[in-house]
Design a protein around this ligand. Structure first.
Ligand SMILES: Cc1ncc(COP(=O)(O)O)c(C=O)c1O
Length: 299
């Protein structure tokens, strides 16, 4: 990840969902607001926690199209009195992903990277804090790698110790009994990623897998991609069939081939192929072959 020296890395617990509350609790300041980009189910949950703890400003939203795109943030104006600016780098459910990250100026940019952490190189120096529930790309659920810029650390914040990033950093993730197993597993995965060729190679691999499915979708008019093309996620490919009547059959035929967990979230419908780092090219090819077959039979 090429994390610069002026950043600390800690492991906290409670899943990414606890970060939705820990971030506003820790960064809260008199007279400051919490700024968010609203892109889907996960930003909804983050915003909900922010609202419990202070004033939330939603600077852009893609709710008008059922969250099928990342809003254009080229000319985004982040209020100077923002305690932080929160984005969700990949919305797991609708299958949209930031292709580039905005410049947040003096306001610390916070990203929930739960579903694309370690899937591609990123410029860590653009962020004040990055958190990621480990379970998609790096380890078991519950453990959360947090990367925080050191100038944002303040031990004296009036928050409970477990909610204070500075206390976790000062104690090298050992303020309380750590999730040793989770950290050990993440260590193994990091070694694996290194051996794989690092994040550039991982991105190429993920891009190649996603391309196979997106190309199948785009090749005809049978399948329809849910996300707008310039917001398409490399991690979660979402698509629908021409008739919802086909869904049940698609799902059961896929399951017979061992292609499981394809059913889309109820808020989006259709299907979702999740292509996290561990997903193999062989499996993706099997899915694409099945999709082509199904299309031929039902056209
Ligand atoms: C983008 C995103 N944020 C947050 C979460 C919630 O993570 P956790 O279950 O670790 O609380 C998830 C789902 O796992 C997610 O995909």
């Amino acid at each position: 990840l090429s994390v610069p020296d002026n950043y600390a890395i800690v492991f906290v617990q409670g899943g990414a969902s606890l970060q939705f509350a820990m971030v506003p609790m820790y960064f809260k300041q008199e007279g400051k607001v919490f700024s968010y980009i609203h892109t889907g189910e996960w930003s909804t949950k983050a915003i909900k926690e922010g609202k419990l703890l202070g004033e939330v400003k939603i600077l852009a939203s893609s709710e008008d199209h059922n969250f099928n795109y990342i809003p254009d943030l080229k000319n985004i104006k982040i209020p100077e009195n923002s305690a932080y600016f929160h984005i969700t780098s990949n919305e797991t459910i609708s299958g949209i992903q930031y292709q580039t990250f905005p410049d947040s100026g003096n306001v610390p940019m916070i990203s929930d990277m739960s579903s694309d952490f370690m899937s591609r190189p990123i410029d860590v120096s653009k962020f004040g804090l990055i958190f990621a529930g480990a379970q998609k790309n790096v380890g078991p659920a519950g453990i959360v790698p947090v990367i925080i810029r050191k100038d944002l650390l303040d031990k004296e914040k009036k928050v409970p110790s477990m909610m204070n990033y500075a206390i976790h950093v000062e104690n090298n993730s050992l303020y309380n009994t750590p999730n040793c197993f989770g950290i050990y597993m993440i260590g193994l995965v990091m070694k694996y990623v290194k051996k794989f060729g690092g994040l550039k190679k991982m991105e190429e691999f993920n891009r190649a897998k996603a391309k196979l499915i997106y190309d199948t979708i785009d090749a005809g008019s049978f399948y329809k991609g849910t996300a707008e093309k310039n917001s398409r996620s490399l991690m979660n490919v979402t698509f629908t069939l021409p008739k919802p009547d086909f869904d049940k059959e698609f799902n059961s035929e896929a399951e017979k081939l061992g292609l499981i967990g394809l059913k889309g979230h109820r808020s989006v419908g259709g299907f979702r192929a999740s292509l996290y780092n561990a997903q193999t090219m062989e499996n993706v090819k099997k899915l694409v072959e099945f999709m082509k077959d199904f299309e031929t039979k039902h056209k």
